[in-house]
Design a protein around this ligand. Structure first.
Ligand code: HEC
Length: 157
């Protein structure tokens, strides 16, 4: 034991928990570097992104046929909100058109469920964006249930 200016210095043992923590951090650090270094593990943010996109794409691929929400009032209400936040800036809050065409009249890409699903999911060349990734299958059907209900009422939103 040394003594300087009246202050005693004892050699204290490092607490066991602290040593374990220290070793744990080093092990974790090595694991982290190994798994996220592309040259070692092949990990890449682009690969992760591509895989996420692939998984999301499956949810809208090959869907056609009938709208499962056609007769659901709750889905129509949800669709109304989805339309307001995703579509109304182009098609108008009343669906009568703006940047995009009137959705209450004749539709040039077709007005059966499958055709309209394809329009919204994949987009159309004249400026209709694809919503497949953003909304997914369920929400596309709901927004179309709402559009369909407006069309059935002769264009009254
Ligand atoms: C950025 C503006 C924009 C947004 C947002 C948008 N659309 Fe469109 N939409 C258009 C344009 C422009 C067209 C015409 C495309 C064409 O003629 O090729 C179109 C076409 C369509 C058509 C086909 C019309 C026809 O005559 O066949 C439907 C159905 C449609 N949109 C529904 C929607 C729905 C539902 C949403 C919301 C999920 C939406 N759109 C969001 C711009 C938009």
């Amino acid at each position: 034991m040394a003594e300087f200016d009246g202050i005693k210095e004892a050699h204290n043992k490092i607490p066991r928990g602290w040593v374990l923590f220290f070793v744990g951090v080093i092990v974790w650090l090595v694991w982290y570097i190994v798994s996220y270094t592309p040259q070692i593990s092949g990990w890449s943010q682009y690969k992760v992104f591509e895989e996420e996109m692939k998984a999301a794409a499956v949810s809208t691929a090959g869907v056609a046929g009938e709208n499962p929400y056609k007769n659901s009032a709750a889905a129509v209400e949800e669709g109304r909100a989805l339309f307001a936040s995703n579509c109304s800036m182009c098609h108008g809050a009343d669906l009568k058109g703006g940047v995009g065409p009137d959705l209450t009249g004749r539709l040039k890409y077709g007005d059966d469920d499958g055709q309209m699903f394809t329009t919204v999911s994949e987009g159309r060349p004249g400026g209709m964006p694809a919503f497949g990734q953003q909304l997914g299958r369920e929400r596309i059907w709901k927004v179309l249930a709402y559009v369909g209900s407006v069309r059935e009422r002769g264009g009254r939103p």
